[in-house]
Design a protein around this ligand. Structure first.
Ligand SMILES: NC(=O)c1ccc[n+]([C@@H]2O[C@H](COP(=O)([O-])OP(=O)(O)OC[C@H]3O[C@@H](n4cnc5c(N)ncnc54)[C@H](O)[C@@H]3O)[C@@H](O)[C@H]2O)c1
Length: 328
């Protein structure tokens, strides 16, 4: 489990499993990207061996996306795979990371100490995903906003009504009102699940879930910007809306709807510092979605639909970067 959820959620979960007659062996992981490594997965293998876990003993990942990804990878590989249960404790993990079966850890890039994100991993579907919105009572507001960014992304791809709903109810979500959190988690998770069900290995429709992510990964690669993934996604959604508008895929009104929803979620509208656009464009070229040297972008088409394109002129991408605060 996540080191930040041991108290009170981890203890409650452990006691209720024991009361129901299960034997529980628990171990904690440090939830940050630096510790999302093979060493962390190894520590889980050791704990599973010590607890004598067998092929049919389930592993439960209680935590945010980092713990879910590491524990999921350990479950996929320990004894060639044991059943996995995700019990996500962040909004982002509830609506996104726990669904779809992607697991993995970061791994050092060749000739460098920098960790490449999720370079080692496996597809391993959970048997159960158990999302209890009450555990979000202890989650920081900044983390809640990050989860909302992925919900906005799902809405832009698949559900115009959800976008309006988010713009109206974001305040209640940020106040951790379960009455607002429950329907949001249900709808947003369903959109992700539907995309995955159609295309588990990301050869087609699932790739639309990368909306905003080519921009986002470039933002995340600039360490001094210190941007959380969800915040980078929010900036990426703004940039993608800008490109969609300048290529007549989206009206100004639709683009404004996206920006308005992101604003209501308290997500950043501009880079924390004005990084040069050409530096960010170089980082984009290293994205996993580059094919044949051309940057592939997922762009909205109106609201509720999106498409993959690889023919956007560099000057329009540069303008989109400037629209979110990059310098020329
Ligand atoms: N597998 C996938 O499909 C997928 C999809 C999206 C993201 N991810 C991965 O997920 C990770 C990000 O996940 P995240 O946004 O959940 O962040 P996270 O796991 O880093 O959690 C954020 C912070 O909140 C803390 N925390 C978690 N639950 C808490 C709670 N209930 N109360 C108080 N604190 C709590 C954590 O300890 C951590 O400090 C990234 O590594 C990303 O690569 C995976």
């Amino acid at each position: 489990m996540d080191h930040n959820v041991v108290e009170p959620h981890g203890q409650v979960a452990q006691q209720s499993l024991q009361q129901a007659g299960y034997q529980v062996a628990a171990t904690t992981l440090t939830a940050d990207e630096k510790h999302k490594t093979l060493a962390a997965a190894e520590s889980l293998y050791r704990a599973m061996l010590e607890a004598r876990l067998e092929r049919r003993s389930p592993a439960i990942a209680l935590g945010g996306g980092i713990v879910g990804d590491i524990a999921g990878y350990a479950a996929a590989t320990y004894l060639r795979g044991v059943p996995l249960i995700h019990a996500p404790t962040t909004l982002l993990a509830m609506v996104d990371a726990s669904i779809g079966g992607k697991t993995g850890v970061n791994f050092p890039l060749p000739g460098s100490n920098d960790l490449g994100k999720n370079l080692v991993g496996a597809f391993w579907q959970p048997k159960i995903v158990l999302a209890d919105p009450n555990v979000l009572s202890t989650l920081a507001t900044r983390e809640l906003a990050c989860g909302l960014a992925e919900c906005v992304k799902h809405a832009v791809i698949a559900d115009a009504q959800l976008l309006e709903w988010i713009a109206q109810h974001a305040r209640k979500v940020l106040n951790r009102e379960v009455k607002a959190l429950s329907p949001l988690i249900e709808r947003s998770a369903a959109i992700k699940a539907a995309a995955v069900a159609e295309d588990e290995r990301e050869t087609g429709r699932r790739a639309l879930l990368n909306l905003g992510h080519t921009f986002a990964h470039a933002v995340e690669s600039v360490a001094e910007l210190d941007t959380r993934h969800g915040e980078a996604v929010a900036l990426g959604l703004r940039a993608a809306a800008h490109v969609a508008m300048s290529t007549a895929r989206q009206s100004q009104t639709d683009a404004d709807r996206i920006l308005h929803a992101l604003e209501a979620c308290g997500l950043p509208a501009r880079l924390a510092h004005p990084v040069r656009a050409d530096r960010l464009m170089r980082a984009m070229a290293f994205d996993k979605k580059v094919a044949g040297g051309r940057v592939r972008l997922v762009l909205p088409r109106g609201i509720g639909a999106a498409e993959i394109v690889d023919d956007i002129p560099a000057n329009l991408v540069g303008e989109a970067w400037q629209a979110i605060g990059a310098s020329a």
